[in-house]
Design a protein around this ligand. Structure first.
Ligand code: GLU
Length: 309
């Protein structure tokens, strides 16, 4: 069994250190069906929100219009309802990034007042997908089709607090160079859309898988710039919690909802929603062995004691 210290945050510390009201979010990308990795995230999001009197927002991250599909969007929500996390009357408050172009445009306009925002025609392959070297920073290209938009990042360390991992210190300018906000196909990037939305929605607790840890410094920095130019006045940065990932048999992070890890697949067998949740919890060590846990009871996985595990 894994050390529970790295799986369960101290609930008192969450209540004490996360800005009130506690607002967290479940933010899937509709690029595939729901799998056990999403279920683990839902356990943390709804479990910790309920254990601390917080609120959950659901946000469909369909900023990538090429990979996102309406069928996955509908299926993700339907599976989430089947599991019991999402109530049918909660679906009206869900936001979708593809409907927020006006919000991102407005944020970009404001950002120009506090940072150097510029057009860039470099492809990722031209710098081998590594740190962007700033080739277009001073070229004065006009913005338009086939050109992305970047913001210049000043060197420096951004700090954030992770409720499981402790202090996070990242240097986004050194790590990735000037950040891409819109890609050459005209799509808003994940980093920009997430920073705008988390700030706008006054998210105070970001709960997500550890694979996104390296994005945190970039989002903290972007949020600071966005706040400085008045995009929103929410608390910033939020607190973070990066939880372990569910791995497949080969030790690789689940990214496909195939076979035994896909909720769709499991639904077609005899398993109950509670068993799927129990299976996800056991996959990362929140349970010693698989047992049924109802969605309404997931807070118990974080409450050690008579009512908990
Ligand atoms: N949309 C992202 C995903 O499905 C999650 C982003 C986040 O939580 O910041 O992996």
């Amino acid at each position: 069994m894994k050390d529970t210290a790295v799986l369960r945050p101290d609930l008192d510390a969450v209540r004490r250190t996360v800005a009130s009201p506690i607002v967290t979010r479940f933010a899937p990308s509709p690029t595939g069906f729901l799998h056990l990795g999403h279920v683990v995230n839902a356990i943390y999001v709804w479990g910790l929100a309920r254990a601390t009197g917080g609120r959950v927002l659901v946000r469909i991250e369909d900023h990538d219009r090429i990979r996102s599909r309406q069928t996955f969007d509908a299926a993700l929500l339907e599976d989430l309802q089947w599991l019991g996390f999402l109530e049918p009357d909660e679906t009206d408050s869900i936001i979708r990034q593809r409907e927020r172009t006006g919000v991102y445009e407005a944020a970009l306009t404001r950002l120009r007042a506090v940072a150097h925002v510029y057009a860039c025609d470099c492809s990722r392959t031209s710098f081998h997908g590594e740190r962007y070297p700033g080739r277009c920073r001073n070229r004065g290209l006009t913005e338009g089709p086939g050109r992305g938009i970047r913001v210049q990042l000043e060197p420096g360390v951004d700090a954030a607090d992770d409720l499981l991992l402790g202090a996070i210190q990242q240097a986004p300018a050194e790590q990735c160079g000037d950040l891409l906000l819109k890609d050459r196909d005209g799509h808003w990037t994940y980093q920009f859309a997430v920073a705008v939305d988390d700030l706008h929605q006054r998210v105070t607790l970001v709960i997500r898988g550890a694979d996104l840890l390296s994005s945190t410094g970039r989002q903290v920095r972007l949020g600071q710039l966005l706040k400085r130019c008045g995009v929103a006045d929410g608390p910033w940065p939020p607190r973070y919690l990066h939880h372990p990932l569910v791995m497949d048999e080969g030790g690789v992070k689940l990214s496909k909802s195939t076979g035994a890890t896909g909720v769709r697949h499991l639904r077609a067998t005899d398993v109950t929603p509670g068993e799927v949740i129990g299976r996800a919890a056991a996959a990362i060590g929140l349970l010693d062995s698989v047992r049924s846990v109802e969605a309404r009871d997931v807070r118990s996985l974080f409450e050690i004691g008579p009512r908990g595990v």
